[in-house]
Design a protein around this ligand. Sequence first.
Ligand SMILES: *Cc1c(COP(=O)(O)O)cnc(C)c1O
Length: 389
Amino acid sequence: MRQVYMDYSATTPVKEEVLKEMLPYFTEIYGNPSSLYTLGLTAKSAVSKARHQVADLIGADDNEVFFTAGGTESDNWTLFGVADALKAKGNHIITTKIEHHAILHSCEFLEKHGIDVTYLDVCPDGTVDPAALEAAITDKTVLISIMFVNNEVGTIEPIAECAAIAKKHGILFHTDAVQALGNVDIDVHKLGIDFMSMSSHKIYGPKGIGAIYIRKGAKISNYIHGGAQESKRRAGTENLAGIVGFGKAAEIAKRDLAHHIESVSALRNYFIDEVKKNIPDIYVNGNMDHRHPGNANITFEYIEGESILLLLDSKGISVSTGSACSSASLTPSHVLSAMGIPVERIHGTVRFTIGDFTTRDDIDYVVTELKQIVAKLREISSVSKGKGW
Ligand SMILES: *Cc1c(COP(=O)(O)O)cnc(C)c1O
């Protein structure tokens, strides 16, 4: 059966070029980068090269990039590390209601340990209001954490503006840029960001590896304790092959950024247009102008997103409802809720995310199947509820 992957915001396949770069580091250049003989030094220089490739993608200096086990660890590190380092200054953190659970659940944990957290509301299109951010600042605020791009609806947040507000008040600024990396042109120095979370597996690299950008001089305590790796900032023997793969994926992301944004967003727009043309009673959620190039978050009135997902899967098509994290539970997406979307509509929402391997042919196949599936589900729904439509 035909397979069409439309869940690139959940994870991406590893690109051939990336895999090829990684392979020697499992069986040939497997030295510990901390070892002093040649095999170790060769591994160490591969880590340095990858650090440069990642730094280059975001406009950072090499020594401002530290490898972690992924976006989740980078988010945890920032919240716990800043809360600890600045505990003498204050105990207040500002974030938003639409963050990834790596931020939200870490904040909930911190709340149990004496930290006050303000969760900002968002506009109906998922945008954070910089004025509301500024109004939430108190003399106890030590950190502001606002995601760069939302993983469910694709809205790009006004990061430069928010970072400028933080700076004006002398507060450190973090952004979870996991969805932005490789999809938005990022320059951490120009944007005035102090900490930034990144993940490899969302940019065609391997899973279980990511990084944090820490602006030179920004105050943050260590999070993973042990050996002296990562300039004594993050302990643990380096995930060598993972780091090499992430570096290569970052190099490719930088090289192809303009083309990637243009071609993926053109395909995404074609998909949305085709869905609008073929299926009545739908809504596209999120900001249409400031949007992740591959994101199409669509509400189908009167039916359940879960049913659509399962029927699409039976046709070889992979999509998600809301986010991968909420797919295990039936609680409505916290992101769509924060945007003020009514619960019935939230339940009828599907996230389609496309990427570098999606073709026009894939889109045509998905629209054809989707049209039939939605019609069938609405038919059943109208019969069972006795509705006239
Ligand atoms: C995927 C994702 C994460 C988690 O990254 P991992 O590398 O999977 O731990 C964090 N934040 C956002 C916005 C994400 O999309």
